[in-house]
Design a protein around this ligand. Sequence first.
Ligand SMILES: O=C(O)c1ccc[n+]([C@@H]2O[C@H](COP(=O)([O-])O)[C@@H](O)[C@H]2O)c1
Ligand SMILES: Cc1cc2nc[nH]c2cc1C
Length: 357
Amino acid sequence: MSHPASWQAPAIPPLAHDLTTALQARIDAKTKPPGSLGRLEDLALRLGLMQGTTRPVLTAPAVLVFAGDHGFARDGVSPFPPEVTPQMVANFLAGGAGINVFARLAGLPVKVIDAGVAVDLPPHPDLIDLKVRHGTRNALQETALTPDEVALCLDRGGQVVADLAARGCNAILPGEMGIGNSSAAALITSALLDIPLADCVGIGAGHDPAGHARKREILARVQARHPGVRDPLEALAAFGGCEIAMMAGAMLAAASRRMLVLVDGIIATSAALVAARLAPAMLDYAVFAHVSGDGPHRLAVEALGGRPLLDLGLRLGEGTGAALAWPLVRAAAGFLEEMATFEAAGVSERTGVAPQP
Ligand SMILES: O=C(O)c1ccc[n+]([C@@H]2O[C@H](COP(=O)([O-])O)[C@@H](O)[C@H]2O)c1
Ligand SMILES: Cc1cc2nc[nH]c2cc1C
């Protein structure tokens, strides 16, 4: 097992910038005024640069819902009890959660990964048991994860992606489920972006103003218990959780294989932030699906240079924003592959001047 102080992120190949001109020419040859597909054109270009081809294809994409529990979840940080984490896992596996609906509509399979749910879960064909521990330790009192547990989470996230890649997957949509994990995300984001904690604490699963104020106060105590954390591995150890660390490992492994990472909401973005601190080139393979309705998300996405595709006020997590954005990603690859060119369709190209009467 690798040790986190020395945990090495995988090497991430650079984007195929040498293909930029050829990709842009292919985009511009399609039967449309230049630039008229707006950000879908940027997305098509990026897919080509990621995959190192002028004809990118999306194969065997998968939603990965990483689930984990948090030691401080009973201390007032969430408006919901931690029992909801395994209850929602059962809901995912029964096909009844929001992510199941949106994934079905988008034609995406949903795999659930037990990264660190507090209770043992019954086996299920769509459940991958990679549990590192039964919930994190309580960060109000001690470090949430040991360095070895952090390394194990990162490695296991990589293992999930390696298994998918072996079956032809070249795009992942990581989501998460974990009562209390918006608190871990806030603590990580504040530590790694060096911005005040209060600016990073959202309403999570739906605090009222009094609950939100209490969450801020509790998290200030957690932060005071772990002063001076600035390093991504230290942040994961201090604050948890297993599902955030495993998502970060999955994102890094995906980028190392030139796979697209469609980033979901505020918790998935904290994992992307950790991943980017471990290997900045990960961001070349990340597309931000949406900006969450949980206020602080916007700040984190901007700090990572992301431009979210959707702004729907979603704050459900589970990968729902990513699943909803998936048809846009498919549209980008689809127009590049299937749209007729001016030449093939016999359509006249732009002359730059209006025809004279
Ligand atoms: O994706 C988001 O932006 C998002 C924002 C707030 C909450 N959530 C979800 O709500 C849960 C965390 O909320 P909380 O209040 O228990 O920390 C967790 O299961 C997340 O999937 C998700
Ligand atoms: C019901 C419920 C569903 C969720 N899905 C993701 N986070 C969640 C939090 C709650 C509380």
